[in-house]
Design a binder for this molecule. Structure first.
Ligand code: HDE
Length: 674
């Protein structure tokens, strides 16, 4: 819902609730935590002007005590993250399939908070590392919070959560020296991979371009597991959630991603923050694949196996809503850090399946909040509070906020007329009456045994460019492994996926390719290739470098062309004071080519030497990252001749096409010398 005056989102129920907790101190006097006004905050209390500090200094003591304890444990996985508030709007009523209040009425809006997060790195690591990204949503519905805690890849590395601690120990820093930070390029990760072949499909995703997204706003999201929807008649359907970014799904290239990690480790969070501040609200279409219970076995793919997906071409996605992120948090710690997701936070109309990964997750997420947020009352923290009222007999514990009145705190009771009482409304949540039988066992169904078919499908659904990126990524990562056996074991494993892939890696790393009969792909899924996504110049950013102010007019023209297509432009000159009419964003030694989707240079013959060096580097870097570039004026002579004839290299005659060229994302048909 938008406010007509300034097109800013109107305050929804969650924002109204959060507002009550906000502190604004403009014009206020400094106080202690107990509200006493403070008259001196810069000098501790000492015995004499040059004497020792006194124990009596209660103000210093309180201030330091609070500071000493202001850190909480970071998340054991997904430690680094960024988030925003937004709205989910239902665009197609799904009442027939679910009684979930958020999906049952066209036009219904539900407030939500989303957090995005690489998995392996520490809180202070970088955004553009190769990794899976968390895609977690908390919907604040009138019937309670609904958390959908997904990823930007639709499958997972393991089939059973009992292996999660092993997998995470393998991927995170090695325990003896705490390296490498935020990277899977090391022995223990690849040892785990090559000893656990169920990882094969997810490995293909992680080593593909999906592992290095261009932007939070250009990431596809997935619920991963098969869930259930339950309608008012108690009928169940299997569903899989999909979130399609309106800007398309796009990625960085590996060299660029690594350089960004140094130039701007906050690249993704900054981009999300800036796009919301500018009113370019990130959007996703929300869709589901619906599978009637009777069709559970129709596709030959076990719906309970989280290493498998159902190709969109087999079961099409029905678009049921849209997400718009339209408000940045006011306080990172209070909101993004303290938000506590849990797949078990559900509402009537949603239910689980027996996917063993999902079942085990249901234990972990509550448990982990105890050490992270210090006790069982974390749902009282403002960001976690439901907008639905909460009444129960749970009491006390660390940091309890509510003051529950009265004598009675148990169920059943006579003294309070048995309140709060159980609901007898048919609509409210009841576990699906599912028949379960069997012997207690630590065995898994044979339908979980096929580890390679979908890895083969994924690899073969990629374009040649994407396949090459997977080959390069695996070679790069394995090259960082010290153990020759781990490298060979991995080649042995990927030989089951594609011979050419295994050969490429083996040749680079001096391994042998075993003779494996690779299965033919049973099907391919064009929807998996990012070549088949949406392309637009929206959300992109160009850097225009001017050697002097005589080019300002030309720069304005380009900015106009770009702005019309929703593409931002920043200006750089030798010094920021060089601008005449135009605001200069950067002195030329501050920005970097890798932070932009396109580089335009306008220069005369004798520019400032630093400008010439930087602009040449920027053009060459952008060229080798397949980006649209426009070397204009004398800068055309700073590039090797052959490059200026390559696709996506504009000159003064083709400059009007700049937005169209940027919208292509990358010019993969360019010859790049590697
Ligand atoms: Fe998580 N996961 N996970 N995970 N996960 C956590 O919970 C866990 C898995 C995901 O922004 C932790 O609050 C187990 C799959 C996201 O705060 C922890 C297993 C998927 C986030 C945990 C999995 C996810 C987490 C750490 C295997 C995609 C970040 C902090 C059974 C469907 C949420 C926390 C945020 C976080 C456990 C596998 C997504 C330890 C045991 C599969 C997006 O509870």
């Amino acid at each position: 819902m938008k406010d007509k005056k300034d097109n800013k989102p109107k305050m929804d129920k969650k924002q109204e609730q959060l507002e009550k907790f906000k502190v604004r101190d403009e014009g206020e006097t400094l106080t202690t935590n107990t509200g006493m006004k403070v008259t001196e905050d810069e000098k501790s209390l000492t015995a004499g002007r040059r004497g020792p500090t006194l124990l009596e200094d209660f103000h210093y003591r309180e201030k330091m005590m609070h500071f000493d304890h202001e850190r909480i444990p970071e998340r054991v996985v997904h430690a680094r993250g960024h988030g925003a508030h937004g709205t989910f709007t239902c665009t197609k009523s799904m009442k027939e399939f679910t009684k979930a209040i958020i999906f049952s009425e066209e036009g219904k809006e539900t407030p939500l908070f989303m957090r995005f997060s690489p998995v392996a790195g520490n809180k202070g690591s970088s955004d553009t590392v190769r990794d899976v990204r968390g895609f977690a949503m908390k919907f604040y519905t009138e019937e309670g919070n609904y958390d959908l805690v997904g990823n930007n890849m639709p499958v997972f590395f393991i089939q059973d959560g009992i292996k999660f601690p092993d997998f995470i120990h393998a991927v995170k820093m090695e325990p003896h020296h705490d390296m490498p930070q935020a990277s899977s390029a090391h022995d223990t990760f690849w040892d785990f991979i090559s000893q656990n072949h169920e990882t094969a499909h997810m490995l293909m995703w992680a080593m593909s371009d999906r592992g290095i997204p261009r932007s939070t706003n250009m990431m596809e999201g997935f619920g991963v597991h098969t869930f259930r929807w339950i309608n008012e008649d108690g009928k169940s359907h299997f569903i899989k959630y999909h979130f399609k970014p309106v800007l398309g799904t796009h990625s960085l290239v590996w060299d660029e991603a690594q350089k960004i990690s140094g130039k701007d480790p906050d690249f993704h969070r900054r981009d999300l923050w800036d796009s919301i501040e500018k009113g370019n609200y990130p959007k996703w279409e929300v869709g589901v694949q619906l599978i009637p219970e009777k069709d559970e076995f129709k596709y030959g793919i076990d719906l309970l196996d989280p290493t498998k997906l159902i190709p969109e071409e087999m079961v099409p996605i029905t678009i049921i809503g849209k997400i718009e992120l339209n408000k940045n948090p006011d306080n990172f710690f209070a909101e993004t850090e303290q938000v506590a997701f849990h797949p078990g936070h559900i509402i009537p109309g949603i239910d689980f399946t027996n996917d063993p990964l999902l079942q085990t997750r249901l234990f972990s997420y509550l448990d982990t909040q105890l050490s992270r947020l210090g006790g069982p009352n974390f749902n009282e923290i403002p960001i976690n509070r439901p907008i639905a009222p909460v009444y129960n007999n749970q009491r006390d514990g660390m940091h309890r906020m509510t003051i529950n009145t009265g004598q009675v705190s148990y169920h059943k009771n006579f003294l309070k007329g048995n309140d709060p009482h159980e609901s007898d409304d048919e609509h409210d949540y009841r576990h699906l009456a599912q028949k379960v039988e069997g012997y207690k066992t630590r065995e898994r169904s044979e339908s979980f045994d096929d580890h390679f078919s979908q890895a083969i499908m994924f690899y073969n659904s990629m374009s040649e460019v994407e396949k090459q990126h997977i080959k390069d990524a695996i070679s790069f990562e394995l090259n960082k492994c010290e153990s020759e056996e781990v490298r060979q074991n991995t080649v042995n494993m990927i030989a089951n996926i594609d011979r050419d892939l295994a050969k490429h890696v083996a040749e680079k790393l001096d391994c042998k390719v075993p003779n494996v009969d690779v299965k033919k792909p049973e099907y391919i899924s064009p929807a998996l290739s990012q070549m088949n996504t949406k392309f637009t110049a929206k959300g992109r950013k160009a850097l225009i470098l001017l050697s002097d102010s005589s080019y300002e007019k030309d720069a304005e023209n380009i900015i106009d062309i770009l702005k019309k297509e929703g593409c931002d432009a920043e200006i750089s000159m030798p010094k920021i004071s060089d601008g005449n009419k135009l605001k200069v964003d950067w002195a030329v030694d501050t920005p970097d080519s890798v932070l932009y989707d396109s580089i335009v240079v306008m220069s005369d013959k004798n520019p400032d030497p630093m400008f010439k060096k930087k602009a040449t580097d920027f053009l060459n870097d952008a060229f080798s990252h397949y980006k649209t570039i426009a070397p204009l004026g004398d800068s055309i002579n700073w590039m090797e001749n052959w490059k200026t004839k390559e696709p996506g290299v504009l000159n003064k005659d083709s400059l009007d096409n700049i937005a169209k060229e940027i919208a292509k994302h990358r010019h993969w048909d360019r010859k790049i010398v590697k």
